[in-house]
Design a protein around this ligand. Structure first.
Ligand SMILES: Nc1ncnc2c1ncn2[C@@H]1O[C@H](COP(=O)(O)OP(=O)(O)O)[C@@H](O)[C@H]1O
Ligand SMILES: [Mg+2]
Length: 424
């Protein structure tokens, strides 16, 4: 009787361990029935061997899987996001595979779109927007040929044109916000800019079209103040920034009253911004993302947007948040309210410690690849709750295509993932 009980207990133990190792199959089940002691020893040896090669991080369960799959856990479970799970931060040194992972995620989104059945859809239709510096994202065209590549020569944009349905007063504030964030102007100049814009908009209201940045420039230039007045200095700083932008390589794209951005809302687009100066990048990306956000806030839109920003330090730099005179950066507001408007932001960075709190505190998933700067590693470890000394030490020796990830819900402990090797 006791023997039978012992045998049963051994069998249960063996089955549980086999399940955990995902090795329960016909053959092992037969062995459990016929020879439980022997198979238990085999499993224990296997577990011992595995623990010698395994990282010091927890092994997750199936709960880490999701619709948009992009990696595998150490114990070979697929890892993925669900669509309502918002933003993702991808941190790692150059060459560690951030852009490749971004491409895998967007590739998955585009592929799922294709099999999403219009009559009984299993997910929101996704529109992909990517801001990149190198042309390597163009390989996504192999998955979806209907992607527009914008290289800022073949497009017209009028940042003074509000999204449909938004009144010019509201857009004036949004514009002033991303304008000062890009060009680092102070609150007083912002007030001056807003005043100029209000006057300009009311002047144009009878004409039936919106003023362009050129119109704003000429309007501000024509204003007369005494040279020693404070307003003259605000005028000068606004003119400086505007003049710089309108004499840059971007000038011709702003020479319009109605831009193309409204047509891009439903369009997969890769914005290639390699040759733009930093403040131009900040301006353009903030403008486009703010436009998208405001558009979706006002207009019924069933689409979900995936916005990937390959080198996001210029956009989410923490110094933007540290300047109280500039108020809360628009992008911070966007990140914390974006969930409702179905926009998912995927942001890559080489220097996570310089990324503002907006992204860190609103990211559903934080992914840490190999990082060379100790300060960045410390920063990520704190944000991801990596406290065990062995786990901390492991972060310094991450292999290629290996990363530590932490989800904000479902499975909340950090764990190791392996990114599949892809053909580039
Ligand atoms: N998942 C992957 N599969 C195959 N090669 C990869 C993968 N991830 C990275 N690589 C290799 O590493 C190189 C750099 O990757 P990349 O994604 O550009 O890094 P990062 O954007 O972090 O600088 C790629 O050109 C490729 O050769
Ligand atoms: Mg890259």
């Amino acid at each position: 009787m006791e023997n039978i009980l012992m045998k049963n207990l051994t069998q249960i133990d063996a089955v549980q361990r086999l399940l955990k190792a995902r090795a329960l199959n016909l053959e092992t089940a037969r062995e459990v029935l016929t020879n439980p002691e022997e198979i238990l020893i085999k499993i224990q040896n296997f577990e011992l061997a595995q623990s010698m090669f395994k990282s010091p991080f927890a092994l997750p369960d199936e709960s880490v899987d999701g619709l948009i799959r992009f990696a595998f856990t150490e114990n070979n479970f697929p890892v993925g996001f669900e669509l309502p799970e918002c933003h993702t931060l991808l941190a790692g040194q150059t060459g560690c595979g951030k852009s490749t992972l971004l491409r895998i995620i967007f590739d998955q989104a585009l592929m799922l779109n294709k099999i999403n059945n219009n009559e009984s859809p299993f997910m929101d239709e996704i529109v992909c927007w990517l801001f990149v510096k190198a042309p390597d994202m163009r390989s996504l065209l192999e998955t979806e040929e209907n992607i527009l590549i914008v290289n800022f020569q073949n497009i017209k944009l009028n940042p003074l044109e509000p999204p449909p349905g938004m009144n010019v007063m509201e857009w004036t504030n949004v514009f002033a916000d991303f304008w000062i964030q890009a060009f680092g102007l102070y609150e007083a100049s912002k007030g001056f800019l807003i005043e100029c814009l209000e006057n300009l908009y009311s002047k144009y209201s009878t004409l039936g079209y919106y003023p362009s940045l050129f119109d704003l420039y000429y309007y501000v230039r024509a204003m007369k103040f005494t040279a020693i007045s404070r307003t003259a200095r605000y005028q000068e700083s606004v003119l400086n920034r505007l003049g710089g932008l309108l004499k840059s390589s971007l000038a011709s794209i702003f020479d319009c009253s109605r831009g193309h951005v409204n047509n891009l809302i439903n369009q997969h687009t890769i914005f290639e911004i390699p040759f733009l100066a930093t403040e131009q990048q900040v301006f353009i990306v903030n403008y486009l993302v703010s436009y998208l956000f405001c558009f979706k806030l006002i207009n019924e839109n069933a689409l979900r947007h995936f916005v990937g920003i390959d080198d996001s330090n210029t956009i989410f730099d923490s110094s933007f948040e540290k300047r109280p005179d500039m108020g809360l950066p628009i992008i911070h507001q966007l990140l914390s309210t974006i969930r409702k408007s179905k926009i998912n932001v995927f942001a890559c960075t080489q220097t996570p410690h310089q990324i503002g709190a907006a992204l860190h505190s609103n990211a559903f998933a934080k992914i840490m690849f190999s990082l060379s700067n100790g300060k960045d590693i410390d920063f990520m470890q704190q944000g991801m709750g990596i406290k065990e000394p062995e786990q901390q030490a492991y972060c310094f020796k991450l292999k290629p295509r290996e990363a530590v990830i932490r989800f904000a819900s479902r499975f909340q402990e950090p764990f190791v993932i392996n990114i599949p090797e892809v053909d580039l």
